[in-house]
Design a protein around this ligand. Structure first.
Ligand SMILES: Nc1ncnc2c1ncn2[C@@H]1O[C@H](COP(=O)(O)OP(=O)(O)O)[C@@H](O)[C@H]1O
Ligand SMILES: [Mg+2]
Length: 353
């Protein structure tokens, strides 16, 4: 997208994306997340039940107000864009859809003006309802949400609203009750792998099986993140075969073998030795503590240790990750990490005797 000439960005921009795919060079410069955005509902991976229901409602022209929520990169925006395409065809949806997202003003005036202007204009040549897509609606102020409640009621006759957000708890109950809610869970490894294989084939990449597995693991069920990792790694490898090590090192993540080494040091060495060991590895490989902590967590779940110790370790790791997210010192948090493993070690020894 960045490589394209600057245009005045209108609210319908996301919807006009497919037109640009006609242009082969623009298509090449596109980030893969846009290039491989599902064009129709049947292209959306996973969420079969949700897609079936929405597809049926769309076909029968009985679409209710929708609230799609769940973590990023799970297909919420893609789903509603595909619905708009199915409802209005590629030529009609510019007039029939209003798409607003978090970069727009979310104040009370915004709700009253933009949405009311759009929703209240009469349809002249087309029939059916219009669609207002409020992407990232959890960024709306409470006042704007209250204002929206009245707007929804007023224009229900000729307009359907689709709210999209990550945190459903940030949407006021009065709005939630006006919508049919669908939760988009993180994509399972199988669905991600299948979609990835499609992109790998279309882009004629050579990626080893371990490489693909690493992309899936690091993507953590977020398809946007997954595709970005695949694109940056394959660009860095420039035509060479992409392997597991490439994926981890390109994204600055510690290799599984590094995590094993770190875990071994943490559980077997004393405080000072373990601290120096992990600090050395961290500097040597240029990895961030937060990535180490994130990858140690599944390791703690896997390894055979007493349940009580596992619980304490998971809690400690969660606290450290939380504190790191707020920008606290890496050094102090590394101390906390080593400390919690030293405590865990003494518990394990106690449990064994
Ligand atoms: N369920 C899915 N099936 C196929 N591709 C997906 C899916 N979810 C996300 N993607 C990919 O990730 C990108 C971002 O998806 P998007 O629908 O914008 O996610 P969300 O709105 O849930 O954050 C899409 O362009 C698409 O390439
Ligand atoms: Mg989105």
């Amino acid at each position: 997208m960045e490589a394209e000439p600057m245009e005045v960005e209108g609210p319908q921009d996301a919807l006009s994306r497919p037109k640009k795919t006609d242009d082969a060079s623009a298509n090449d410069a596109m980030p893969w997340v846009e290039k491989y955005r599902p064009k129709s509902l049947s292209d959306v991976a996973a969420h079969k039940d949700i897609i079936d229901t929405i597809s049926r409602l769309t076909k029968e022209n009985r679409l209710p107000h929708l609230l799609l929520y769940g973590p990023p990169g799970t297909g919420k925006t893609s789903t509603i864009l595909a619905v708009a395409r199915q409802l209005y065809g590629s030529s009609g949806y510019q007039n029939m859809t209003l798409e607003l997202n978090a970069s727009d003003d979310r104040g009370i005036d915004f709700v009253r003006q933009q949405i009311q202007d759009f929703a209240s204009t009469k349809r002249i040549f087309s029939s059916g309802f219009k669609l207002v897509i409020l992407d990232e609606s959890d960024a709306m102020t409470k006042d704007a949400q209250f204002a929206l409640r009245r707007v929804i009621e007023k224009y229900t006759r000729n307009t359907r609203f689709c709210m999209i957000c990550n945190y459903v708890s940030k949407i006021i109950p009065a709005l939630q009750s006006r919508c049919t809610r669908f939760r988009f869970a993180p994509l399972g490894p199988d669905a991600v792998s299948e979609r990835l294989s499609h992109v790998v084939t279309a882009e004629r990449l050579s990626v080893t099986e371990d490489g693909l597995k690493a992309v899936v693991t690091l993507g953590m069920g977020d398809m946007r993140r997954t595709l970005n990792i695949l694109q940056s790694t394959s660009m860095a490898c420039a035509g060479k075969v992409v392997g597991q090590t490439d994926v981890y090192s390109c994204t600055g993540n510690p290799l599984p073998s590094d995590i094993e080494k770190i875990a071994h040091a943490l559980l077997n060495e004393d405080f000072k030795a373990a601290f120096d060991h992990v600090q050395g590895l961290k500097l040597d490989k240029g990895v961030a503590l937060v990535d180490i902590v994130q990858q140690l967590t599944p390791w703690v779940f896997r390894v055979n240790i007493p349940t009580k110790v596992r619980i304490e370790l998971v809690e400690a790791l969660a606290d450290i990750e939380h504190r790191l997210a707020f920008g606290t010192s890496d050094r102090i948090q590394l101390g906390a990490l080593v400390g919690s493993f030293v405590l865990a070690k003494s518990e394990i020894v106690k449990a064994a005797v």
